[in-house]
Design a protein around this ligand. Structure first.
Ligand code: 0WK
Ligand code: 0WK
Ligand code: BGC
Ligand code: BGC
Length: 874
């Protein structure tokens, strides 16, 4: 018994001695928590550098955007192919994701060897080999006849600009195929697959194995937002806030970042902890100077590190083995390698292995702790609860590794509750998830693009609209066809522009735009009997201005289609926009106003002119720029007037000089002549309007209706399940709820998607950032079409003016007003570009009317008043 204790003491003593000896020899490899915290801080700094636009090019930790923006939400389904290349094994898989809404994944896979001559040979042959394996798999599984989307797990650093593309930055691990670096590996594989006629596969996603691992684990645990591989190589990814990713546009939501932490230290940041063994190993590797962090951690290198250490220890006589035997390792391994190790040797070798793998786990823990801290800070949490998806043979097979890693991580970041989840089925399940999301997004994108395409007008279509508008203008001017014309071409009895001799005080009233104005500066809302209400407002205004007794001449801007027989008479043809007061259509609006003033019997007005707002706007601008012969309103309604040659106006006698024509182009298309570009949404808006079948052009171009068109499109896309998770809110069902001002806000470049979501929230719509992006696109498509259509109409009129004057080149000014033109961020620019495009021989200046049409109405009143007096005098 005494002998046994003696033996046990001897062995313990031997063990302690050996361990101390090795500890001294490998002192530099033992990293204190203080050092690990320092490495953690260095890695945090490296991450910042990698995420920064200016610093990324020189950063060693590349922080590569993956274009994976969300973890699985359980709606993924379908059949997918998956390739897993870059780990220790090359696998081809078929993945069936959840049938009948049940969250389950069926996988069938086949491993294929990766011989050195392939992975270190010619790049094209590598991809041909991969394509051959895929074809072989499809044949074995009788899938040739199927068109299947494929997710390509490619475990090497790739710079991606989109999910289905990735340029290889550099090979790592055992791979070194020629001519692949700096090329897009997706198109390389697609090209190789083309050689197989029976292969009809679409690569929808290129995924790093860390990303695949995170997605695989996230399918079971939605807290999973980090993926770590500790295998042949090592790497990690995590979900970063878009606002921190300078390299990708947009600040909304999150995107998965592939850190490529294997390269940490390639810029010398870890020189103080790298040992002579690390440097020696690196020099002997396939990629010296690269992946220095990986070479201290991952499975491909740890064995070699141990060998180099043992070699040095043997040479230093710290190990009894003969130098030439040093290639072997622990006893049976050493025996396998034909060596006769002593107990002491075995203890020493074992401890060397322990120190090497311990350091590996410590270093991983330090970098992972940095990522977890970043996640906690991004979320502004005092305590983070999260899950890390793990994979890789070193982590899976090494008996102590997981425990060591978990322990050190929890020690370095005590304010994080970290669950480590081993990926049972590799990264390919995750790759299939990414592909499933990609194909869902792709399908949705296609459907959304089909809707948006309806609003994308080609140059041919715009030229068609211009031509048809031109024809309608001519119809409206001709006595024979005027009655049928949809573009009424109403004579305004305004013969000329102000010549600056106008003087005196005039009153003007502006009815029909967004606001009801009695300039200067009065604004009133419209209720009760319209004309009594108008007179009420005039009375209040005259009171306020102390003008009750004034005999000022009065100009009435009435922004509706009126057939005029003279400057002070106008019969309302039909209400438009939001007006629908009874007993007015077919009546003379000046008479109705006069009767209302009489009814009130408080003051009298000398109504000298009734003017359309387009005419008032043209006059207001014409006062500054005599070249202004066109008035355009792009506001609640849409309309245009212009100075026409009297000889062309068959409804009014006389051929001399010009007269302003109020085109009332809002009615363009009421005869169906633009039905080819009218969409179902336009028809829905028209059917729900106050005047169905009327003002069709206006309903595609003006502020009163654009919001409503957008609402109809959003309802349709939501019904198709393409938006708001298919949930239509009560508010979205409410007519007119989506005001056109929202378009202007949503399309403003300055507005982040967050604010778009706020607007949608106001409409009771709980939106994702993808939803906001689509809503912004829909608003853009609708407003762009409106501006283009206005541009095509205007091009028709300026071209007519040019031809009428027999000019090669026409210079003309257009006076513009209206909230849509003034407030929408892009409308005016698109309209001007369209006119330039369609009427290149016309140099058109757009002049914004600062003072509204009231000033113009007053000028017309002044001219009319002067005319009246000269007629009285004659
Ligand atoms: C299994 C994953 C694969 C990854 C591998 C890493 O499915 O994508 O590359 O783990 O571990 P390794 O095989 O290099 O040890
Ligand atoms: C301001 C003019 C007014 C016109 C209005 C149109 O003074 O006559 O009706 O613009 O723009 P809206 O207010 O409809 O946007
Ligand atoms: C590659 C990474 C990969 C890791 C684990 C590294 O060598 O650069 O892209 O994720 O190995 O396989
Ligand atoms: C009216 C026009 C007016 C335009 C702009 C249209 O609805 O019919 O008379 O010029 O709106 O306000």
């Amino acid at each position: 018994m005494f002998a046994v204790h003696l033996m046990a003491f001897y062995f313990t003593k031997l063990k302690e001695d050996q361990i101390k000896k090795v500890d001294r020899f490998l002192y530099h490899m033992r990293l204190s928590d203080e050092t690990l915290l320092d490495i953690m801080a260095r890695f945090q700094a490296e991450m910042e550098k990698g995420l920064g636009k200016d610093t990324n090019p020189t950063a060693s930790v590349k922080m590569l955007p993956t274009f994976v923006r969300a973890i699985p939400d359980g709606s993924e389904n379908g059949e997918f192919l998956s390739l897993d290349l870059g780990g220790s094994k090359f696998r081809v898989l078929k993945v069936q994701v959840s049938e009948e809404g049940k969250r389950n994944v069926q996988m069938e896979s086949q491993f294929y060897p990766t011989p050195n001559e392939i992975i270190r040979g010619n790049g094209s042959e590598l991809f041909e080999y991969v394509a051959d394996c895929l074809a072989d798999f499809m044949k074995t599984k009788e899938l040739q006849h199927k068109k299947l989307p494929l997710g390509f797990t490619f475990s090497f650093p790739c710079r991606q600009t989109k999910l289905e593309e990735g340029v290889l930055l550099s090979w790592t691990k055992k791979f070194k195929a020629r001519g692949v670096q700096d090329t897009d590996v997706v198109s390389r594989l697609t090209k190789a697959m083309k050689k197989h006629k029976d292969l009809d596969v679409d690569i929808l996603a290129l995924v790093n194995d860390t990303v695949g691992t995170m997605m695989t684990c996230a399918y079971d645990d939605p807290y999973c937002e980090v993926g770590v591989i500790i295998g042949t190589g090592t790497n990690a990814c995590y979900m970063e806030d878009m606002s921190n990713i300078d390299l990708v546009e947009g600040d909304e939501g999150r995107m998965c970042i592939n850190t490529e932490w294997g390269a940490f230290g390639d810029d010398g940041a870890l020189e103080d902890i790298r040992t002579e063994f690390d440097r020696e190993l690196d020099l002997g590797s396939l990629n010296p100077g690269k992946q220095l962090f990986e070479k201290m951690i991952s499975g491909l290198y740890l064995g070699e590190l141990v060998r180099l250490i043992l070699l040095k220890m043997a040479k230093a006589g710290l190990l009894f083995i003969e130098t030439q035997h040093v290639a072997a390792m622990e006893k049976e391994i050493l025996v396998d390698l034909g060596l006769e190790p002593s107990e002491a040797d075995c203890i020493a070798v074992q401890h060397v292995c322990t120190i090497v793998s311990f350091r590996s786990a410590n270093l991983c823990a330090a970098a992972l702790a940095a990522i977890l801290t970043r996640l906690r800070e991004n979320k502004k949490l005092a305590r983070l609860r999260t899950t890390v998806g793990m994979d890789g043979t070193l982590y899976k097979i090494h008996p102590q590794y997981p425990k060591r890693l978990h322990k050190v991580v929890r020690r370095l970041v005590p304010n994080c509750d970290v669950r480590f989840l081993l990926s049972e089925s590799g990264s390919t399940k995750g790759a299939a998830m990414v592909t499933a999301v990609a194909s869902r997004v792709q399908a949705q994108r296609k459907q959304i693009d089909e809707v948006l395409a309806l609003f994308r007008l080609t140059r041919e279509q715009l030229v068609g609209v211009q031509g048809r508008m031109r024809a309608e203008l001519e119809y409206g001017l001709k006595k024979k066809t005027q009655a049928l014309a949809t573009v009424k071409m109403l004579p305004t009895y305004v013969y000329g522009m102000p010549d600056g001799t106008e003087k005196g005080k005039f009153l003007a009233l502006d009815l029909g735009g967004t606001n009801f104005r009695v300039p200067p500066g009065g604004e009133y809302r419209r209720e009760f009997c319209l004309f009594d209400h108008i007179v009420q407002c005039i009375a209040d205004f005259l009171d306020y201005m102390g003008l009750k007794r004034s005999a000022a001449a009065f100009g009435f801007t009435f922004s509706f289609p009126c057939r005029q027989m003279s400057i002070d008479k106008g019969t309302l043809i039909g209400w438009t926009k939001g007006f629908k007061a009874t007993d007015c259509e077919g009546e003379d609006v000046v008479d109705m106003l006069r009767e209302a003033i009489k009814r009130r019997n408080e003051f009298d007005l000398d109504i000298v002119a009734v003017v359309n707002d387009t005419v008032g706007t043209m006059m207001t601008c014409g006062y500054e720029d005599p070249n202004c012969e066109i008035g355009l309103i792009a506001g609640t309604g849409s309309n245009m007037c212009y100075m026409e040659e009297m000889r062309n106006i068959e409804l009014v006698d006389g051929d001399e000089g010009k007269m302003c024509i109020n085109t009332e182009w809002g009615g363009f298309g009421d005869n169906g002549c633009i039905d080819d570009i009218r969409t179902q949404y336009d028809k829905e808006v028209d059917e729900g309007s106050l005047n169905p079948g009327k003002q069709r052009y206006e309903k595609m171009t003006s502020g009163m209706y654009l919001g409503e068109i957008v609402r109809q499109i959003l309802i349709d896309l939501t019904k198709q399940g393409l938006l708001f998770r298919g949930q239509i809110s009560e508010r979205l069902r409410t007519r007119g709820i989506f005001e056109t001002k929202f378009l202007s806000q949503i399309e403003s470049d300055r507005l982040a998607l967050l604010q778009v979501r706020r607007i949608l929230q106001q409409l009771g719509l709980d939106s994702t950032c993808e939803d906001s992006i689509v809503v912004k696109e829909v608003c853009g498509a609708v407003s762009r079409r409106a501006a283009q259509l206005c541009g095509a109409g205007l091009a028709a009129i300026v071209e007519k003016r040019r031809e009428d004057q027999g000019l090669e080149h026409l210079r003309i000014t257009v006076g513009v007003d209206g909230t849509l033109y003034k407030l929408h961020p892009h409308f005016s620019r698109v309209l001007q570009e369209t006119v330039k495009e369609l009427a290149p021989q016309c140099d058109v200046t757009f002049m914004l009317s600062e003072d509204g049409s009231g000033k113009g109405a007053a000028l017309i009143t002044a001219v009319a008043k002067r005319f009246q007096q000269s007629r009285k005098e004659n």
